[in-house]
Ligand binder design. Structure first.
Ligand SMILES: Nc1ncnc2c1ncn2[C@@H]1O[C@H](COP(=O)(O)OP(=O)(O)OP(=O)(O)O)[C@@H](O)[C@H]1O
Ligand SMILES: [Mg+2]
Length: 333
């Protein structure tokens, strides 16, 4: 992703990227990080325009006709925001041509759902495909740009798609254990600390083939326009510890600010952080989102009565507090 972006920013040809990763592993976060980076560099912001669209929206637009035109319209509007309302239309078009298009939740435009054709998905894929493979796409310019029809040169657009592809993991696992390629996944012999045992390890990246994505509902032509398919790793306990401590969205900073507002400090011990991360890691299909939920359960009572916390000056969250909060309620799942 970094290399593809660096090439794009250097004005060199770069391949479209498809990100596949479980829910909560940071796909949208990655897209937003790129946006924030580009926005923070004024020379880049003047050269390239980026937009982020939900594939669902493209599917809705596909129902009513022209989702491809919608993408270009968004690029033009974004370019106008960046360059200012008085910027010449040609300059805005030029900027939009060099655009970056993030398509989030791209797995929502499957061509099949539950074994039946999904028309909106098919049309949305076709529309994107048109933009991805045609150098020139006719578009009607918005009113503010004169309204004329223009041949928009889409050759330099860069696409990054992302999706959780829920069910893909199981489908591929089934293929290599029970299905067509039954027996392909064999246990490996592992020698560890003087003992020998057999273990079957399944990693999606070892087995994922294009055909699995075709079957999932990404048409071969559409998929072939992505030069690289990147699989995001599931987040481990160490990753979650880091995200909990560093991400502004983990809940820790909000809680700290809230107690500070009431005159108390929040002290979370390293052992407590690790336990929170372990608990979050055990929640299936939530990724880093689980951190917030786990942490909220722990601080909820103190947050309800901040005056009491303020009297002691510090809200302490150590291992016993975490265990008590986690043990007090049955797990949500
Ligand atoms: N790798 C990561 N680094 C930092 N923060 C992360 C990471 N992954 C997830 N997060 C945090 O977890 C939350 C969910 O992440 P995000 O929305 O990026 O997940 P996603 O992969 O887009 O999931 P979904 O498939 O459900 O859309 C965000 O608050 C984000 O800050
Ligand atoms: Mg997301």
């Amino acid at each position: 992703m970094a290399i593809a972006l660096a090439k794009k920013l250097a004005g060199l040809p770069t391949g479209n990227v498809l990100l596949i990763g479980s829910s909560g592993t940071g796909k949208t976060t990655l897209m937003r990080a790129v946006e924030a980076f580009l926005a923070s560099q004024s020379d880049l912001a003047e050269r390239s325009t980026q937009i982020r669209v939900h594939a669902n929206v493209l599917a809705d637009e596909a129902e009513s006709g022209r989702p491809g035109a919608g993408v270009i319209r968004r690029l033009l509007e974004r370019g106008r925001e960046q360059l200012g309302l008085d910027a010449p239309v040609d300059r805005i078009v030029e900027q939009a041509r060099d655009g970056i298009v993030f398509v989030d939740e791209i797995d929502k435009i499957r061509s099949v759902v539950g074994g039946r054709p999904h028309l909106a998905g098919i049309r949305a894929q076709e529309a994107l495909l048109t933009l991805m493979e045609n150098a020139s796409v006719p578009v009607e310019l918005p009113k503010w740009a004169g309204g004329r029809t223009l041949a928009f040169d889409a050759a330099a657009l860069w696409f990054v798609g992302a999706g959780a592809f829920e069910g893909l993991y199981d489908a591929v696992h089934d293929r290599v254990t029970l299905g067509r390629d039954r027996g392909a996944l064999q246990p490996t012999t592992i020698v560890e600390g003087g003992t020998v045992h057999q273990e079957t390890r399944f990693e999606l990246g070892d087995w994922l083939r294009n055909e699995d994505l075709f079957e999932y509902g990404m048409s071969p032509q559409f998929l072939s326009r992505f030069d690289s398919v990147i699989l995001l790793n599931d987040l481990g306990v160490d990753d979650l510890v880091q995200i909990f401590l560093e991400s502004p969205e983990s809940g820790l900073e909000q809680s700290r600010a809230y107690f500070r507002h009431h005159g108390a400090e929040l002290a979370v011990s390293p052992a407590a952080v690790r336990r929170i991360a372990e608990e979050a890691a055990s929640r299936p299909r939530m990724g880093a989102r689980a951190l917030k939920e786990v942490f909220r359960r722990i601080v909820r009572d103190s947050e309800f009565d901040p005056a009491r916390a303020a009297r002691s000056g510090t809200v302490v969250v150590d291992l016993p507090e975490v265990e008590a909060a986690l043990g007090a309620e049955p797990k949500a799942d």
